[in-house]
Design a binder for this molecule. Structure first.
Ligand SMILES: [Zn+2]
Length: 246
């Protein structure tokens, strides 16, 4: 019912109208605003129980945006984290074996760059101490499958391998030919797929950080290119591999 001018209830009701500067009735009575009182709130919530204002548009669990702005309890988060650890790898990953097309890749790249620029996207592990996200706390932690002494040996071998590769290449990026700076020893054939070549100096090439970043995630595509750069991968003068010493 709308109380418009001319409505029989309109007349006389104007004196009860609330005007700016008036003291509200609940203040005059010395009570709290009715909507703030717990018994009133309970009454309202009781009356609204089971009623859905807009069943068609309301968010349901499973909707993409259902969790937007909602928070999960710490316990739930922990449970989810434990449940997910070690999963979603390889064939269990919903994206396994699929590839984004170039257009999508470009869009993703652009969005990320824009996000980083505007500050909307933050690098989650920036300024986080490494010890907080490594080892047991790492999302891909598989329960410490490498025995400690083996890990130590791998670490030493890796360092020696890196040193040998850099030395052979005269501490010069083999792509842009800049000498010194932040140099990486790149595994031509990947560490993961070619375990036998992990410490083979002929499987390494020196790249500066910038050049290395360019080929990240695309290592497979560059194998032949880098091998040809090394002249088939053999440079006898520095072929004393560090692995022989261990
Ligand atoms: Zn370079």
């Amino acid at each position: 019912m709308v109380f418009k001018k001319g409505h029989p209830y309109y007349k006389g009701s104007e004196k009860n109208w609330f005007k700016k500067g008036n003291t509200p009735w609940w203040v005059l009575k010395g009570i709290e605003h009715p909507a703030k009182r717990i018994e009133v709130r309970n009454k309202i919530s009781e009356a609204n129980k089971g009623k859905r204002k807009s069943p068609e548009t309301e968010f349901k669990k499973g909707d993409k945006r259902y969790w937007l702005g909602k928070k999960r309890s710490k316990e739930t988060k922990e449970k989810m984290s434990i449940n997910r650890t070690g999963k979603c790898i390889g064939e269990e990953n919903p994206f396994y074996g699929k590839k984004h097309n170039e257009e999508t890749k470009n869009t993703m790249k652009k969005k990320r760059q824009e996000g980083l620029k505007s500050g909307k996207i933050k690098i989650w592990n920036k300024d986080v101490p490494y010890t907080k996200i490594s080892g047991e706390k790492h999302w891909n932690w598989k329960g410490g499958i490498t025995p400690e002494n083996h890990r130590q040996r791998v670490l030493i071998q890796s360092k020696l391998w890196r040193k040998s590769v850099l030395k052979r290449d005269n501490y010069t990026c083999q792509e842009c030919h800049e000498r010194g700076g932040r140099l990486h020893a790149h595994h031509i054939k990947t560490w993961a797929k070619y375990p036998k070549l992990r410490f083979d100096v002929n499987n390494g090439i020196t790249l500066c950080k910038q050049c290395h970043d360019q080929i990240r995630w695309k290592e497979e595509d560059w194998i032949e290119y880098f091998q040809s750069k090394l002249g088939g991968g053999i440079r006898q003068e520095y072929c004393s591999t560090p692995t022989q010493a261990i």
